[in-house]
Structure formats: structure tokens, C-alpha cells
Design a protein. Structure first.
Length: 93
């Protein structure tokens, strides 16, 4: 796992959250912001629902775009073409 203490960035926040909820019974955990445009929504929905279920509802999830272009550039995703906010029509239930 790569950790940048200056920015509090984790390379695998869902893995870390899974580890935490597997070893605790009452502690709530979650992500600050997952970069939605860099993740497939169905895969992410499956991982989040599994984590929420195995944690018995102790997982909090946040999505966003991020103000940094670096992650987008690294994955070849055009930053300017990603929406600032998710389209409400993109809901996965």
C-alpha cells in the first residue's frame, strides 16, 4: 500500500476499510472521496455493497472528482471531459 502522509492518500482505500471492519465490531470506517470517473460504476457498486454488508452497515462511502489531474493523467483519462458532479441518471441501486 502506498501512503502519502502529506496528502493522506491511500492507493487501496477499500482494501484498508475491509481490513478495519474485519478486525473490529463497532468502529465505523469509510472513504473520504473515491474518484468516480476513474472506476467502473458496477464494479465499485459491488465492492461497496459487499463491504457495507460484511461491516453490518458500518461503512461510509463518498464519491467525487478531485481537483488534481495527476491521477487522471496517470490512467489516461481526460480530466476536462469528466463531470464535476455525477449525473443523477447514473445511479446504481
Amino acid at each position: 500500500m502506498l501512503v502519502n502522509p502529506a496528502r493522506s492518500v491511500l492507493s487501496g482505500p477499500l482494501l484498508v476499510a475491509s481490513w478495519i471492519v474485519a478486525r473490529t465490531r463497532r468502529l465505523r470506517t469509510g472513504t473520504a472521496v473515491q474518484l468516480l470517473p476513474l472506476n467502473h460504476p458496477l464494479r465499485l457498486a459491488g465492492e461497496i455493497s459487499t463491504l457495507d454488508h460484511t461491516s453490518q452497515g458500518r461503512f461510509e462511502f463518498g464519491i467525487g472528482r478531485s481537483g488534481s489531474r495527476r491521477a487522471y493523467d496517470a490512467l489516461g483519462v481526460p480530466y476536462g471531459e469528466t463531470p464535476v458532479t455525477p449525473d443523477p441518471g447514473d445511479r446504481v441501486e
